[in-house]
Design a binder for this molecule. Structure first.
Ligand SMILES: *[C@@H]1O[C@H](CO)[C@@H](O)[C@H](O)[C@H]1NC(C)=O
Ligand SMILES: *[C@@H]1O[C@H](CO)[C@@H](O)[C@H](O)[C@H]1NC(C)=O
Ligand SMILES: *[C@@H]1O[C@H](CO)[C@@H](O)[C@H](O)[C@H]1NC(C)=O
Ligand SMILES: *[C@@H]1O[C@H](CO)[C@@H](O)[C@H](O)[C@H]1NC(C)=O
Ligand SMILES: *[C@@H]1O[C@H](CO)[C@@H](O)[C@H](O)[C@H]1NC(C)=O
Ligand SMILES: CC(=O)N[C@H]1CO[C@H](CO)[C@@H](O)[C@@H]1O
Length: 355
């Protein structure tokens, strides 16, 4: 059963790849985050209108002079689409990272080397649980800041609210999206917040238990009114606690996620995606955006040009790899991790958690 379904998926992917290929590029000149002079480590999206550059556009005229920068920018994106050939689409993606989760707190507490070589493979430490981590109190506050900021932009800048919403299936992103977008006061006619839960927007899959997702039944019970994409499996069939996705493998499925968003007819011009640090990094690579590391709870807008070209592209999915880990708490981890005995590649997960 399983084999034939997977074969069918592989075949349809191959057919799509033969027919067309979507080439994504980031259109620069609109957002501060695209400028080489903007330092991601100190950038604050809440004090800069999401980073929108307050500039003029060729289509500006006397009538639009008094409109806000976001109103004029929206008009510009409409114009870009109106003037582009049928195989070219422009959308603005708002890529939001979840607020701080318990796994983020634990990485800080243990230090990154020890976290990566041992603690991340456990489901928690008795006080904190980080397997499919939930938000910490500061993570909840960060999501509330994003909520208040969206409301403020809607009220004072008349920003066009998202026409569609997508979210990763991990608990921390589901909760972040809920806090950020529930209860926003939108103009009549705006798309109500009902995000589509998509497997391929999840975090890069490593051996860390925080990359494992819960079952579909649980996710549905948490947010019963939110749609879950077709084909979403009951249990997590990707995480195994032994092998990790390489960047190439992650970029492959990030592109598949973008392709499905761009190929759908009803996603609109402004698209909200709530995801993770590593996965947003991968989406930005596929979009040919410069590297831009987001802090927990941060949001980055990207003006994307998607050109569908009738070409065959290699469909190498990229490999997954195993790596060496301690099987007991490390002795030290100041510079790097030192295991109490020789580190060996993990061949079975250190803990088995039934999510
Ligand atoms: C994608 O588009 C960019 C910008 O138009 C172009 O420079 C690049 O060669 C294209 N890449 C592919 C693979 O088509
Ligand atoms: C944008 O620039 C215009 C023209 O310089 C100015 O009048 C307006 O106040 C600016 N808006 C914001 C939000 O900074
Ligand atoms: C578990 O980790 C948390 C950080 O997430 C830390 O605050 C707590 O003290 C740790 N508990 C133990 C028993 O080490
Ligand atoms: C999108 O709309 C076009 C034209 O109306 C239609 O041919 C196509 O099947 C639609 N695609 C999806 C994914 O709904
Ligand atoms: C789904 O997950 C929930 C909570 O994590 C668990 O209690 C339940 O047994 C799981 N159901 C199945 C069918 O595995
Ligand atoms: C569907 C759902 O559970 N929505 C919740 C999202 O968060 C708000 C508070 O911000 C709750 O009131 C909703 O019930």
């Amino acid at each position: 059963m399983k084999f034939s379904r997977l074969t069918a998926v592989a075949l349809s992917l191959a057919v799509l790849a033969d027919a067309s290929y979507v080439n994504y590029t980031t259109v620069t000149g609109y957002f501060l985050q695209d400028e080489a002079t903007t330092d991601p480590s100190t950038f604050d999206f809440t004090s800069t209108n999401f980073g929108l550059i307050n500039r003029t556009y060729p289509i500006d005229n006397k009538k639009t002079k008094n409109r806000t920068p976001w109103e004029r920018f929206y008009h510009q994106v409409v114009e870009l689409n109106r003037r582009s050939p049928p195989n070219v689409d422009y959308k603005v993606l708002f890529l939001g990272r979840h607020g701080e989760g318990w796994h983020n707190a634990a990485e800080e507490y243990y230090g990154t080397p020890a976290w990566n070589c041992y603690w991340s493979l456990l489901d928690g430490n008795g006080t904190a649980t980080w397997c499919d981590a939930d938000l910490t109190d500061s993570g909840i506050k960060q999501a509330q800041i994003a909520h208040n900021f969206w409301q403020n932009q809607l009220n004072s800048q008349h920003i066009h609210p998202p026409d569609s919403y997508f979210v990763s299936p991990l608990t921390r992103t589901l909760r972040t999206a809920n806090i950020t977008f529930s209860g926003l006061r939108l103009l009549p006619g705006s798309t109500p917040f009902r995000p589509l839960i998509k497997e391929y927007l999840r975090e890069g899959i490593s051996l860390h238990t925080c990359d494992q997702r819960r079952n579909r039944t649980y996710i549905h019970s948490l947010f019963p009114t939110w749609p879950i994409e077709r084909g979403f499996t009951e249990t997590d069939e990707l995480w195994n606690g032994v092998t990790a996705e390489t960047s190439a493998a992650e970029d492959f499925r990030s592109k598949a996620a973008l392709d499905s968003i761009f190929k759908a007819n009803d996603t609109g011009l402004f698209v909200s995606v709530t995801s993770h640090s590593g996965e947003i990094g991968s989406l930005l690579r596929v979009l040919k955006h410069r590297t831009f590391q987001l802090s927990t709870g941060a949001v980055i807008p990207v003006l994307v040009r998607a050109e569908t070209v009738p070409e065959t592209r290699p469909t190498t999915k990229g490999s997954w790899t195993a790596s060496a880990h301690c099987t007991a708490p490390p002795v030290t981890s100041v510079q790097s991790c030192v295991c109490p005995s020789t580190a060996v590649p993990v061949t079975t997960p250190l803990v088995t958690v039934s999510l």
